[in-house]
Each structure stands twice: as C-alpha cells, then as structure tokens.
Design a protein around this ligand. Structure first.
Ligand code: F6R
Length: 288
C-alpha cells in the first residue's frame, strides 16, 4: 500500500496546531503490522495511566488486544508502569459460562493481563454472566462505571460484522449494558476458541453502544485483511446500527489504530497518514 506520496508538503495556510485540532476527534493511525499496532496502542494506554494513576480503563478480550496486553506487561516489568491505582471494566462476558471456564472472559483477562500486572483484584470488574438477575446486574454495572467517575479510555476490537463489544448489527445506538443474542457469524468466529461450535455460548452480557460512547476516549484496534471491510464501513460508511462501530464517528475523542491490512479498504489512507504525521509533529513541538 502506497501511503506516503500524496501529501508531502504541509499547507502553509493551516498552522500545525490547527491540523492537530482537526486530527483530535477521530485519529486514524495506520501501522505497518500487528506488532507495531500493538506497541502504538499500548503507548496510548500507558500515557493515560502515567498522566492519571487512578485512571479507569475499559478493556476488551479477543485476539486483537493480546499484543497490547503483552506490551503493557513488558512496560510494567521493565518501565515501572504502575497499575496499583487503576480500575478496570471489561466490555463483556459470555452468558452462563462459569468464570473459571478456560474460555470465559474472566479466565482470558486473568491469564493474559491481570495475573502479570499489579492491578488490585478489587479494582477489576467483568460482567457476571452467571448473575441470577441479569437485568439487575446490568443496572448495577452501569452504576459502578458511573460511580468510578466513568471510563477514561475504552479499548475496543471490531467484529467482522462491525460489532463493538457484543453489540451485533441492529443493536440500538443508545443501548446500555444488557444481555445480547450473538449472531451466527460471531458464534462461528468465536468457535476457534472452543472444542467445537456447539460449545460456543449464544448469549453474552455486554456494555451497550451508549455505554461505550460514554467513555471519555475510545481506542479501537483492528488487524488483518478479514477486518478491512468492517473498518471501512465503520470509519467511512454512514453511522448506522447495522455497523455499531460506526458510532465512533459521533464520539469527540477516538483513536483507531490499524495495521496496513486492516486499513487496506480505506479510501483516504494517504490523508490519514498525512494528518497523523502533522499531529505527531505538533505533539513533539508542544511536548505532549
Ligand atoms: C471482546 C469484544 C469483541 C471483539 C471482536 C473482535 O471483548 O468485545 O467485540 O473485540 O469480536 O474479536 P477479535 O479481536 O478476536 O477479532
């Protein structure tokens, strides 16, 4: 993908600070590959933690954030990145899968992040798919997020059908945490983690689109060509409940970090790369 040629000369009529201002609503950052994407996203989260040691992080599961978690663990071990004051809220959990099931999102988070950093267990929240009264649990989850002061930065992956959290196509754009029925495509995609497709839960408790939009910053990641269509629809398509990730276009503070394959269907890649270069230049000059 040729990204560099079209926008080499900064327009003299627009000072850098204006460009950075334009860039600050929805920054599309295109990195070469998965490793670079992961490092970049981890850097954004680490910056948040360093500037606010009691930050509230919204976390995601799935294949995409694994590299980010590895990088955060490395920063914790070698660069004193301190999670002792951090509070976390996960996006979702399968319905009626015991927390100690190896494929529950509770297990995923312990194994891939929480056991390896110094976050306090009492500061960690993951939806409880085993709750007897799911409706009441969901109401309380929303209240706990609010009582924590809201989510400072919410990490997101994107499904091939454009979902964020488990907000499948057709989810209300104002939805809050609730029980959702998964689509066949999502069940098939998630079957890779289970012994067979029959074991994949068909329901999940998930933050709603409205809950996600309530976070102060959003950080969405995508890697690989199988996400390219969803990424294009989310960023360059119309805002629609059919692609719930498209609500990112309505949020005032979004980072989308992609590898080149996931960015391959975007029609304005060269422009995003150019704007990002200007934003980086501004940030370096401003020392932020
Ligand atoms: C996970 C989540 C999902 C995933 C999405 C992409 O907590 O909320 O929306 O982010 O299904 O999954 P991967 O990263 O496995 O492709």
């Amino acid at each position: 993908m040729e990204l560099d040629s079209s926008f080499d000369i900064p327009p003299s009529s627009i000072p850098y600070y204006r460009v950075a201002e334009f860039a600050s609503n929805l920054r599309v950052i295109i990195e070469k590959d998965y490793a670079a994407m992961s490092r970049r996203a981890a850097g954004i989260i680490a910056k948040e933690i360093r500037s606010k040691p009691n930050a509230v992080l919204g976390l995601a599961t799935g294949s995409t954030p694994l590299g980010v978690y590895q990088e955060l663990i490395r920063m914790h071990e070698t660069e004193n990145l301190d999670f002792s004051g951090i509070r976390t809220f996960n996006l979702d959990e399968y319905y009626r899968l015991r927390p100690d099931h190896p494929e529950s999102y509770h297990s995923f988070m312990s194994k891939n992040l929480f056991e390896k950093i110094n976050v306090k267990p009492e500061n960690v929240s993951i939806p409880d798919g085993m709750a007897t009264d799911i409706g009441l649990f969901c109401e309380n989850y929303e209240k706990r997020i609010k009582d924590a002061g809201g989510i400072d930065i919410q990490l997101l992956g994107i499904g091939r059908d454009g979902h964020i959290g488990f907000n499948e196509p057709g989810s209300s754009l104002g939805s809050r945490t609730r029980l959702k029925t998964l689509t066949e495509e999502t069940i098939r995609d998630n079957a890779r983690f289970f012994d067979n497709e029959g074991e994949v839960p068909h329901f999940a408790v998930t933050m709603g689109v409205g809950t996600i939009l309530g976070a102060k910053k959003l950080l969405m990641l995508a890697s690989g060509s199988n996400k390219a269509r969803a990424v294009r629809d989310a960023i360059e398509g119309p805002v629609s409940a059919q692609v719930t990730a498209s609500v990112l276009q309505l949020h005032p503070n979004v980072f989308v970090v992609l590898d080149e394959e996931a960015a391959s269907m975007l029609s304005r890649s060269a422009y995003y790369v150019y704007v990002e270069r200007m934003a980086e230049k501004f940030e370096a000059e401003a020392g932020t």
